[in-house]
Design a protein around this ligand. Structure first.
Ligand SMILES: NC(=O)C1=CN([C@@H]2O[C@H](COP(=O)(O)OP(=O)(O)OC[C@H]3O[C@@H](n4cnc5c(N)ncnc54)[C@H](O)[C@@H]3O)[C@@H](O)[C@H]2O)[C@@H](O)CC1
Ligand SMILES: [K+]
Length: 539
């Protein structure tokens, strides 16, 4: 039997749509779990968590918004439990036609003399609001009388805690259906809903937490599949994937040789930041091809790196590799792009034509877009990882529907090109050609800053080089490609985000310039590994 800790780790990785959640619940109900019993369980866990988050005596007055379905039912059971714990609870139920179970709980709450108001104004003096208007049953845009009620509540100042989802959000796309509650906190029930991990939803979700409902893993996996294509990244998965422990008899070339191709006189920092990101990855050997005029600065900051000084244009962009240099099989991976400028077309073309695994970013992506993204990458045999932000993504895939749904757009881009595509943003989404998809659930706006992407490119290049170096030299191209998994790329995205989060905690969100970020990569990893170890020992 799986341990409760391993079960919870698996549950934390799963992401469901509304339809999948409905199917899972149907299986549980068909197996004999009464709907009312599940609702009791949900609400008792919620009430317990809410009392821990907002302990008495302050806040004392709790206003609860009750909708027509079972989200409203959950809210009413929470109301009853908080009432018995000593909170001063009041309800607002703006609709008259309720589902049967919800109706019963409303009757009982009323019999306990918990006041229920049709008008939202009565709740304005509450210290805390709980949103139980709609959960995953919301199907269409909100209108009168609920839409104006939500608008009003969003202008008030007390914290709002949403049950399952902020009411008004689409469960799958995270888009606002007319209007939606802006929650301070969302307690998601049972399994992570896809919409909560979409960037569109972030301003409404607040901080998000999963309330485990002990849904049987067999029922969950029967619906989402044993190895679900779309998964939420977790710390444990990232730590298990990163090359944290080294074989005792290893040597530097077995730990990966990474070639960085980056920088120009104008963007000298691009080369430096990529180099510092690569250094933190632990890669065995680091070579940096950069304009020859950057050599002194790079050597001073990265004394361990081999600097390949490249001829440059009068403006200081790389024109080509030096004539003595051959882009042969001595490199396990190349990371290319930061700070190159658009003048470095020839060298990017040469790299794209090579057989070397490649992480492509920034100007490398812009040059690829000019060459024609899909045909160029379809001709590439070696593994390719693209790390665009939204603007670069649109240039690479001008026909994409990225504004509709980032996750679908990334999946399609990966499938069209055969590359692993990582779309940057507050919720990094990563997909491979087979549809395997990862979403990084945690980040910080502190990373929205010039140069933080360069750090990611170097870090990612170092991880890819180490994964490739582990393979026997004669490994086929297909096997090399499959050895670079979305989990590896997700572990890099997770690590980078955790460094930003730790740096922001220590220095505020204003204090996370890209150089500082590089200095937090190792401390953040240390902290996360220690936290994971202490969890293991305490269980
Ligand atoms: N089924 C269960 O027993 C469980 C349900 N749970 C809770 O129940 C929720 C799902 O319950 P429901 O399926 O009842 O769905 P909801 O409570 O999300 O709401 C659905 C109700 O709202 C109405 N509705 C939908 N769109 C509307 C609109 N735009 N304007 C006005 N009315 C609209 C529907 O006709 C339906 O009556 C979950 O989010 C969760 O909170 C969970 O607690 C787990 C157990
Ligand atoms: K809700």
């Amino acid at each position: 039997m799986i341990s409760p800790q391993d079960r919870l780790e698996q549950i934390q990785r799963i992401i469901v749509t509304a339809e999948q959640m409905r199917s899972i619940e149907s299986r549980v109900f068909a197996a004999g779990m009464p709907i009312a019993a599940l609702m009791e369980k949900v609400a008792s866990k919620l009430a317990h968590r809410i009392a821990a988050l907002y302990p008495l005596p302050n806040p004392r007055r709790v206003g609860i918004l009750v909708g027509p379905g079972h989200n409203g039912g959950d809210a009413l059971v929470v109301a009853r439990e908080l009432h018995f714990k000593g909170y001063e609870v009041m309800l607002c139920c703006p609709v008259s036609k309720l589902k049967e179970l919800t109706e019963g709980h409303l009757r009982y709450a009323t019999s306990l003399e918990i006041p229920c108001h049709p008008q939202i104004e009565s709740l304005q003096t509450c210290d805390l609001l709980i949103d139980g208007l709609f959960g995953f049953g919301l199907e269409r845009s909100l209108t009168d009388p609920i839409a104006p009620l939500i608008e009003q509540v969003n202008h008030w100042h007390q914290p709002i805690l949403s049950i399952d989802l902020p009411s008004g959000l689409h469960t799958d796309t995270g888009k606002v259906l007319g209007v939606a509650i802006r929650a301070t906190q969302t307690l998601c029930l049972g399994l992570w809903k896809l919409g909560l991990l979409q960037e569109e939803a972030l301003e409404h979700v607040g901080s998000a937490e999963l309330i485990d409902l002990d849904l049987p893993l067999t029922d969950v996996l029967a619906v989402v599949g044993d190895s679900p294509l779309v998964q939420r990244g977790t710390a444990q998965a990232a730590i298990a994937t990163l090359p944290l422990s080294r074989p005792p008899t290893t040597h530097k070339y077995k730990m990966g040789h990474l070639l960085l191709v980056c920088g120009s006189r104008r963007y000298a920092g691009g080369a430096l930041l990529t180099g510092l990101g690569a250094r933190a990855s632990g890669v065995g050997m680091l070579s940096i091809a950069a304009p020859e005029s950057l050599k002194p600065a790079l050597s001073a900051q990265l004394p361990e790196a081999l600097i390949i000084d490249c001829p440059e244009t009068p403006e200081g962009a790389i024109t080509a590799f030096p004539s003595s240099f051959s882009l042969d099989s001595s490199f396990d991976a190349i990371a290319c792009g930061p700070g190159l400028t658009s003048d470095a077309t020839a060298i990017v073309e040469q790299i794209l034509a090579s057989q070397c695994p490649l992480v492509l970013d920034a100007d490398g992506l812009n040059i690829l877009a000019q060459q024609g993204t899909i045909p160029t990458l379809q001709n590439r045999q070696a593994p390719t990882i693209l790390t665009p932000h939204l603007g670069e993504f649109k240039r690479l895939f001008p026909d994409s529907t990225v504004t509709e749904c980032r996750v679908t757009a990334v999946q399609r881009a990966a499938q069209q090109t055969g590359a692993i595509v990582l779309l940057k943003g507050a919720r990094v989404a990563i997909a491979d050609a087979q549809g395997n998809t990862r979403i990084n659930p945690e980040s910080t706006p502190a990373l929205a800053r010039g140069g933080s992407g360069d750090v990611l490119t170097g870090l990612m290049g170092g991880l890819v080089a180490q994964a490739i170096a582990k393979l026997p030299k004669e490994t086929s191209e297909d096997l090399r490609t499959s050895s670079i998994s979305v989990d590896l790329i997700q572990s890099g995205a997770w690590w980078h985000a955790q460094a930003g989060i730790l740096a922001a905690q220590e220095r505020t969100e204003l204090g996370v310039d890209a150089y500082t970020l590089t200095q937090f990569l190792i401390p953040a990893l240390r902290q996360q590994v220690d936290a994971a170890d202490s969890k293991t020992f305490s269980n």
